[in-house]
Design a protein around this ligand. Structure first.
Ligand SMILES: Nc1ncnc2c1ncn2[C@@H]1O[C@H](COP(=O)(O)OP(=O)(O)OP(=O)(O)O)[C@@H](O)[C@H]1O
Length: 337
């Protein structure tokens, strides 16, 4: 659905050139919810704004639904943009217009006949659960309700793609959940491809199928969200994962532990299997769970545990090989003393 090829965006400022995006190539499939994660300044907004050519890439190209946007003339580009909706962190609603007028504005801009506008707006309001707010002004709405209006407006012209620029960053956790649920529904029921940029790994864990992690304008890691959570390759990715799944062991426990500390990751159904008790029976070692939990990433279980193994060095090595064969990952955090 979206192909980004060797895209760079350079900003020319008085102080010199700043690379917002540095040679990024990505493919986002039809019907996917794709997360782009990174700290402030990583280049997420620059990249996502290049997808609908709000920013023109300095080099590289962007193909959306088979059309290379960088080659289009202004009227063609206007048409192509109607197929790409966008929502924003601060909603970008017009405060002097009612909810109805905010949504109708998008339809008028797309030259939808006046006779069709009323029904379409009502349909959109129903979809986002705001039928009773049709005639109120944005100032009378909560943050979550404002974002629902933003979503209705973005969907008005039946886009194939919805770009979400930190769409839940200004919302509290409960409202965030309800907006994410709505985005999931839109993705499933309307088959709209969603690209979501965020600095919150929770958001990605909740709804994204695949993700990219950005730093310094580059993509440092990319893949299925589940696989990235199970076995992150880059330090930055680990940092983001640890913001939602903590492995920090309290100092008091660390001081008491003298055996080998290992982190074990169980994927899918294996999460429920008795790998550890089998290991203890097979080898002359003891195992002691110190910390861990089973998380669900879009309904797929992922178990991450920290254990202490005690016993002879050779037996521990054999046990680790055995656990490694039956689980997604086993990693020694600290060797025994
Ligand atoms: N219009 C601009 N002019 C000059 N530099 C810019 C412009 N927009 C972004 N940048 C720079 O490009 C880099 C990437 O910024 P960008 O906003 O894309 O990052 P981000 O990951 O979205 O961060 P944030 O979440 O804080 O917006 C930063 O160094 C930023 O200062």
């Amino acid at each position: 659905m979206i192909t980004i090829n060797n895209l760079s965006k350079v900003y020319r400022t008085k102080k010199g050139e700043i690379k917002g995006v540095d040679n990024v190539s990505l493919t986002i499939n039809e019907g996917e919810i794709y997360g782009i994660v990174g700290y402030s300044g990583a280049g997420k907004s620059s990249l996502v704004r290049c997808i609908n050519l709000l920013e023109r890439p300095t080099t590289g190209n962007i193909t959306v639904d088979g059309v290379d946007l960088t080659t289009l003339k202004s009227e063609e580009l206007r048409q192509a943009r109607l197929r790409i909706g966008m929502i924003f962190q601060h909603f970008n609603l017009v405060s002097q217009k009612t909810v109805f007028e905010n949504i109708a504005f998008s339809l008028k801009a797309a030259r939808v006949p006046a006779s069709k506008i009323n029904d379409r707006v009502e349909q959109l309001l129903e979809m986002v659960g705001l039928s009773d707010k049709r005639d109120v002004y944005p100032g009378q709405l909560s943050g979550g309700q404002k974002q629902r209006v933003g979503i209705a407006r973005a969907l008005a012209n039946n886009p194939k793609v919805l770009l979400c620029d930190e769409a839940t960053s200004a919302l509290d956790p409960t409202t965030t959940k309800s907006i994410l649920k709505l985005l999931k529904k839109i993705n499933r029921e309307l088959n709209i491809t969603i690209v979501l940029i965020t600095h919150e790994m929770d958001v990605v864990k909740e709804i994204c199928h695949r993700m990219a992690i950005m730093q310094g304008g580059r993509v440092v890691e990319e893949g299925k969200v589940y696989d990235i959570f199970a076995s992150p390759k880059e330090e930055l990715t680990r940092e983001f994962i640890e913001s939602v799944i903590s492995f920090e062991l309290p100092e008091t426990i660390l001081k008491k532990v003298s055996g080998t500390l290992v982190k074990v990751v169980f994927k899918g159904e294996v999460a429920g299997e008795s790998v550890v008790s089998d290991t203890i029976q097979k080898f002359a070692i003891n195992g002691n769970f110190l910390h861990g939990s089973i998380d669900y990433i879009q309904e797929q279980p992922l178990g991450i545990f920290v254990m202490e193994l005690t016993g002879g060095k050779a037996e521990i090595k054999k046990a680790l090989d055995y656990i490694g064969k039956r689980t997604a990952l086993v990693e020694v955090i600290r060797h025994g003393v």
